[in-house]
Design a binder for this molecule. Structure first.
Ligand code: MLT
Length: 206
């Protein structure tokens, strides 16, 4: 068994304050770290355990979860490798901390790696909230996502994520059997209060 100190990502773990609530896997955006989304996790799922790793890839000193060749152009070989590495970490952290399969809550680059984990290792996550996500893999594997609930929160004015790309992600995940809610907010790339409210309501209904 892997102990908490041997786990392969720098991370924070906030233990559950209320048993039975779904744990969250918090995945930050480019330039973030393991502390960034803890306040969001507390707001949208009070009492849940929070597992928050730091992305291992550095872009000009900024942590990310996989390499990109340019903004919105991903190194898909790295996406696949890093998604597997993150999935292994989650499996080991579940064992070390005694956690149920988590709901991923990812922002931007963190949402993109969460989508890749869903497609490559569906057993790792019980669902996902993907905030400002894009298609991580142009040719996703044939995953079975039946029974998985996914919320995609996109911004109609997002300069980074083209509207069609987010729609395609929703349709890829639905095509694999996930139950997807896709909300398009009147916002840009940054997180807003509407994201917080939608994510909180969605998690409450799980
Ligand atoms: C990515 O690289 O994952 C997306 O372009 C979002 C970002 O991190 O800016």
């Amino acid at each position: 068994m892997t102990t908490a100190t041997e786990l392969a990502f720098i991370h924070r773990l906030i233990p559950a304050a209320e048993p039975g609530k779904p744990p969250l896997l918090l995945l930050h955006g480019t330039g973030g770290n393991e502390d960034d989304l803890i306040p969001l996790g507390r707001m949208i799922a009070p009492g849940s355990a929070l597992l928050s790793p730091r992305g291992k890839v550095l872009e000009g000193g900024m942590p990310r979860f996989f390499r990109r060749l340019a903004e919105g152009v991903f190194d898909e070989e790295d996406v696949r490798r890093r998604a597997q590495e993150l999935a292994d970490f989650v499996a080991q952290a579940r064992e070390a901390y005694g956690l149920a399969p988590p709901v991923a809550v990812g922002f931007s680059n963190g949402a993109n790696i969460a989508a890749a984990v869903l497609q490559l290792r569906p057993e790792i996550l019980s669902g996902a909230v993907l905030i400002r996500a894009m298609v991580p893999l142009q040719q996703p594997p044939a995953a079975d996502l039946s029974g998985k609930r996914v919320a995609i929160l996109s911004g109609a004015l997002d300069p980074i994520v083209p509207a069609d790309n987010a729609k395609r992600l929703a349709s890829d995940l639905r095509g694999s059997g996930a139950e997807v809610q896709h909300h398009i907010l009147p916002s840009a790339h940054a997180l807003t209060q509407s994201d917080v409210a939608l994510a909180r309501d969605w998690i409450r209904e799980l």
